[in-house]
Design a protein around this ligand. Structure first.
Ligand code: HPA
Length: 236
């Protein structure tokens, strides 16, 4: 049963969905890591694919940028397509000295000034949480694969271009060490619909260090995150 934003038929999407922001990353993951790939969505170029990874049926679909966008796609995946778990695999900006470009982060909570949860369901909590068991699986898998990670609270922001640093300072006062724009809405939707969500982020830019990755370094770091997500998805 297609939705206005997703033309997949029921059953075409696996219970576990990996969710990058960028549609081309969804395409790359499907082409690079999945076997027997079937595309299921092209509406608005928000590509979605289902295939198998080491025998496990897994889907990958892009979320777009920001909470309104991931809010729509994740809600429909849970509600209309019976998806059990969404693993966001994104990038973020590092706020603090001890975070460096290419660090891999497992998000243990998302703080936001956003009205998303309040408007969606009357939920006034400013912190939303991933599924703790899914996070344990991500951590165990990273340990087994020898992949370094940090567990952090993220700032899910509604705004990318700020006129001043007041939003960043408020987020840091609330324990956030990095910023992205999606996890808060994803975690909220999972809670609301009694499903599971988690988020892995690679630090793509820093607010304190002058660090840049070459495109091949960036790809390598992103691949590390994709493999961790795929290996963990086998256990979900
Ligand atoms: N701000 C918000 N979202 C982001 C950033 C950022 O600096 N980097 C990657 N995603």
């Amino acid at each position: 049963m297609p939705t206005p934003h997703n033309e997949a038929k029921k059953g075409q999407i696996a219970p576990v969905v990996l969710m990058p922001g960028d549609p081309l990353r969804a395409q790359y993951i499907a082409q690079t890591y999945l076997q027997d790939v079937e595309p299921f969505n092209r509406v608005r170029n928000m590509y979605g694919y289902t295939g198998t990874y080491k025998g496990k049926r897994i889907s990958v679909m892009a979320s777009g940028m920001g909470m309104p966008s991931i809010g729509i796609y994740s809600y429909e995946l849970y509600k209309d397509y019976d998806v059990e778990t969404i693993l966001r695999i994104g990038t973020c900006g590092g706020y603090t000295q001890d975070l460096h470009v290419s660090d891999l982060l497992i998000v243990d909570s998302a703080w936001s000034e956003s009205s998303y949860a309040m408007v969606q369901s009357g939920d006034i909590e400013s912190i939303q949480y991933p599924d703790p068991k899914t996070n344990e699986i991500l951590k165990n898998c990273a340990d087994e694969q020898g992949i370094d990670y940090k567990t952090i609270r993220i700032h899910s922001s509604d705004v990318f271009y700020h006129e001043d640093d007041s939003a960043q300072l408020e987020a840091m006062e609330n324990g956030c060490v990095a910023v992205e724009m999606e996890s808060f809405a994803l975690f909220h939707n999972a809670k609301q619909l009694h499903r599971k969500a988690a988020c892995l982020c690679t630090v793509s830019d820093s607010f304190v260090h002058q660090e840049e990755l070459t495109s091949s370094q960036r790809e390598k770091e992103m691949d590390k995150m994709f493999v961790l997500a795929l290996e963990s998805a086998i256990l979900l």
